[in-house]
Design a protein around this ligand. Sequence first.
Ligand code: ADP
Ligand code: MG
Length: 287
Amino acid sequence: MRSPGSTHAPGRDWIVGVSAPAQPAISPDLVIAVDDVTVTRSPTHLIRNITWQVELDERWVVLGPNGAGKTTLLNLASARLYPSRGTVHVLGERLGRVDVHELRTRIGLSSAALADRIPPDETVRDVVVTASWSVVGRFRESYDPMDEARAGALLEQLGMAALADRRYGTLSEGERKRTQIARALMTDPELLLLDEPAAGLDLGAREDLVRRLGELAQDPDAPAMVLVTHHVEEIPPGFTHALLLREGSVVAQGLLRDTMTPENLSKTFGLPLRVSHKKGRFTARAA
Ligand SMILES: Nc1ncnc2c1ncn2[C@@H]1O[C@H](COP(=O)(O)OP(=O)(O)O)[C@@H](O)[C@H]1O
Ligand SMILES: [Mg+2]
C-alpha cells in the first residue's frame, strides 16, 4: 500500500522548487488509513493503538457497546479530531498537515451532534441544500438551481420529497434521520460517515432506514461508507466489513462474514451471545 521512498502525494503536482512534505504516499484507493492511533483525554485513552484501513469500494460497520470509542473513531475519520499518537490519513490527506475545512467538504457526516444544530423552523429542503455551503440555517435568497435540483433528487431517493416544505422540527424521528442522510449526501462526498443512524427509531422506521441504507450500500456509485452502531440488527445488507471495538481497542476486524462470529461478538459486548445471519441481516441474543 505504501511506498516509503516516495515523497509525492497521489494526484498532486508539486510546484518545481517547492519541496513536498516528507510523508509517504497513500494509495489512492485508501479512503481512511488509521495507523497505530491513540486518543487520550487524561487520564484515560478513548481509543488505543488502532490500525484500520478503508478502501474506496468498502462499506464498513463499526460495532461496539456504549463507550467503546466508536464516535471517537468517526470523529477522526471526519477530520473533527486529531490523534494524540499515530497518524490518520483521510482521502489521501494527513490530519495535522491539511486544511480540514476543505477536507470536510469531501466527507458526508450524519451524527447526533450535527443534528442538534439543525434549526427546528428550517424547511426540510433547506436543511439539505444548505450543506452545499457547509452551514445550517438558510442564509441566501437563492441557491444554485443545480444544488436545488440535487437536494430535490436526494429527498426523493430518501422518500422525503412529499415533506420537502415541512419544518424540520415537525418531523418524526425517522423522517429526521432520512433528512440528515440526504444532507450528508448533498456535497456528493467521497466518504459517507453515519453515526448511529437508526438510534431512537421505532421498528418500522428502523427497517425502512436499514432497507434504504442497504440500497445505497449496493450502489456501485455510492461513496465509501462507515456506519456506527451498537445493534447488529441495524447492519444493512450489502455492508462488506466490520470493525469490532471494546473499551477503545479492536476486538476483531475484516470481512463482515468472517468477523461477526459469536466468539468475537461475545468478547465485544462482554456476554455470551448467539448470532444468526439470514439474507444479509444479523440478529444476536444472549446464549
Ligand atoms: N472529550 C472527552 N473527554 C473525556 N472522555 C471522553 C470524551 N469524549 C468521549 N469520552 C469518553 O470516551 C469513551 C468513548 O467515547 P465514544 O467514542 O463517544 O464512545 P461510543 O461512541 O462508542 O459510545 C467514553 O467512555 C466516553 O465517556
Ligand atoms: Mg457514540
